[in-house]
Design a protein around this ligand. Structure first.
Ligand SMILES: *[C@@H]1O[C@H](CO)[C@@H](O)[C@H](O)[C@H]1NC(C)=O
Ligand SMILES: *[C@@H]1O[C@H](CO)[C@@H](O)[C@H](O)[C@H]1NC(C)=O
Ligand SMILES: *[C@@H]1O[C@H](CO)[C@@H](O)[C@H](O)[C@H]1NC(C)=O
Length: 558
């Protein structure tokens, strides 16, 4: 009897315990379920919150700005654009544009401001060769008038396609704008510099000469607080995407070797290190050549602890940090080449040099087309490319669109000269902005494999020029100018590079090599002229666009 009672009692206790347990679980779960429910409808809250943050910060909120930028700065890799925090594209795109539009209804005026502002400001010191160069008439040619088809962003037309644009202007009402502009009139001045750089891009150039925005952007790259860091996926070597306080972004390439180290002779160009100083020097060289086809790059000394490890949300990157036996901070990240303890990037003791290249506009806003370089190298250790075995290869190229018309072939020649001067063999692809079709410049992206050897001139880089014997007259004249003793490319480069925080960027032998290579380019061209005649070799692109001091004003030839 007692036993039965005891058993019943035990069963009872067990039941009570079970009930208590399930009650606990229910109570625990309920709030979570509720919270879940509320995030589901948070979308309806955001629009009313946005104007507030807009008013406080002075520019559109994080998400809409982010979409204006591009996460992939390299041909054929748009992987990273998707791996990073992204919001639905269509909605944000139109919002970003609406905000742009709202700030300055007069897109044309804005554009003019950005292009003209430099004329008055930023007069360099007297006695500098660089300012003498930029004062030369060859550096004063003007662009044809720009229409909406010639600018990357024409804010107003894009708005017209959005029926909601008009009513939505109400949410960012006048009051907010008045807060930071008493007149209610906002100029492009209030945009962050990276955005002003994007708005200035047109069919003919990434940025205009003497543009004060570019100098300001270079300063931003070197000084703005870094708010987050992510690894760029898809590359062979480690690169970091850095986001700044003002939502600007840049591609960081860390220093991997000293400036004195030359590429080992047995290295294939495609396994060569990417050099941070080459990225910086390439930007300056491209500007001195007056191409203006390299996005702005600045050097920066980065605190690896504070500005990389502590701000990254990427666990994989974070985990690769360690302290070396010499007590330096090191990390190696993840990539397909050189990302291991043996190839770690180490600071001194916690500072590392690197290049920061400003991002181009996001691919969602400004698509780019990737083209194979007709003179691309065979990336096979034994196989040769067609151009290496066929001396008449250029004839074939000239008959193939888009090289059969327009300026594309001449652009390839410009790029060839640019690459030869810095010894860059790694130009397998190039990119253009899709909006401009085939009649636009080539973007000179990714120059980290230049300036590897100063004691060797790689003549194979010049093959497109020797095979085609074509050049723009403006390029030819500028090259002749830069070869003169009173200008001298190496001295101009040295003067330009002093402005970078990591100066000296190039050791003297690399500067001297550029003078030597420039003479070689001019020799190739004079041989061409002797063989084929001046009018065949030199394409006159200056007719009618000699600047304002030239009376003649005929149609531009392309
Ligand atoms: C970029 O991504 C899009 C969409 O994911 C894809 O269709 C396209 O082929 C990619 N482009 C390149 C060059 O990888
Ligand atoms: C780098 O940042 C760390 C952490 O904030 C700080 O302790 C260190 O002093 C900084 N290093 C230099 C050289 O400024
Ligand atoms: C641009 O070039 C491509 C060749 O890659 C060609 O198919 C296309 O028709 C060209 N477009 C124009 C407008 O000429």
């Amino acid at each position: 009897m007692k036993m039965i009672l005891l058993r019943k009692f035990r069963v009872l206790i067990l039941m009570v315990f079970l009930i208590a347990c399930s009650m606990h679980i229910m109570i625990d779960l309920l709030p979570k379920l509720e919270r879940h429910g509320s995030t589901g409808c948070s979308c309806s809250h955001t629009p009313s919150e946005e104007p507030k943050s807009w008013g406080k910060q002075g520019w559109p909120n994080k998400h809409s700005l982010r979409i204006l930028q591009d996460f992939s700065n390299e041909p054929s890799s748009n992987v990273s654009s998707h791996s990073l925090e992204r919001v639905p594209v269509a909605g944000d795109k139109s919002q970003a544009f609406r905000r742009l539009d709202h700030q300055g209804q007069r897109g044309d005026r804005k554009r003019q401001f950005i292009q003209d502002a430099g004329v008055t400001k930023n007069v360099p010191a007297k006695g500098s060769r660089l300012s003498a160069l930029y004062d030369h008439p060859l550096y004063k040619t003007s662009l044809p008038p720009l229409t909406d088809e010639d600018t990357l962003f024409n804010v107003n037309t894009d708005i017209r396609f959005d029926p909601k644009a008009a009513e939505d202007q109400a949410w960012a009402g006048e009051s907010n704008i008045d807060e930071f502009s008493p007149t209610g009139e906002l100029t492009a001045d209030s945009y962050p510099n990276w955005l002003r750089f994007h708005i200035g891009i047109n069919r003919y150039e990434l940025y205009s000469r003497h543009n004060p925005v570019i100098d300001a952007l270079l300063k931003d790259l070197a000084t703005q607080r870094i708010t987050s860091v992510a690894m760029k996926s898809g590359g062979t070597q480690l690169k970091l995407i850095m986001t700044f306080q003002n939502y600007g972004q840049a591609l960081f390439k860390p220093m991997k070797q000293t400036r004195e180290q030359e590429t080992p002779p047995d290295f294939f160009y495609f396994s060569d290190f990417e050099r941070h100083n080459a990225e910086i020097a390439a930007f300056h060289l491209d500007k001195i050549l007056d191409f203006r086809r390299v996005p702005p790059v600045a050097g920066r000394l980065v605190n690896m602890t504070k500005e990389i490890r502590d701000v990254t949300r990427d666990k994989k990157l974070w985990r690769t940090f360690f302290i070396s036996p010499a007590n330096n901070v090191c990390f190696y990240g993840e990539c397909s080449y050189y990302c291991s303890t043996e190839h770690a990037l180490c600071g001194k003791p916690d500072q590392i040099e690197g290049s920061l290249a400003a991002f181009l506009p996001d691919l969602a806003l400004a698509k780019r087309k990737t083209w194979r370089n007709p003179w691309r190298r065979s990336y096979h250790k034994r196989k040769k490319a067609e151009w290496e075995v066929d001396p008449d290869y250029c004839e074939e190229v000239k008959q193939t669109p888009p090289y059969d018309s327009g300026t594309r072939l001449l652009d390839i020649m410009d790029m060839t000269i640019f690459d030869f001067l810095m010894g860059n063999m790694d130009r397998h692809h190039y990119e253009t902005f899709e909006k401009f079709g085939n009649e636009t410049f080539i973007i000179h992206l990714d120059n980290g494999r230049g300036f590897g050897k100063h004691s060797h001139d790689e003549l194979s880089i010049l093959v497109p020029l020797t095979q085609c014997c074509r050049v723009r007259k403006s390029t030819h004249l500028r090259l002749q100018l830069l070869a003169k003793e009173e200008y001298k490319l190496s001295v101009l480069m040295a003067e330009s590079l002093v402005r970078d925080r990591l100066s000296p960027i190039l050791i003297q032998p690399h500067l001297d090599a550029m003078d030597r290579r420039l003479r070689q380019v001019l020799n190739v061209l004079s041989d061409c002229i002797e063989k084929e005649g001046y009018s065949y070799v030199v394409e006159d692109d200056l007719q009618g666009y000699q600047g304002t001091d030239h009376a003649h004003n005929g149609p531009r030839r392309r």
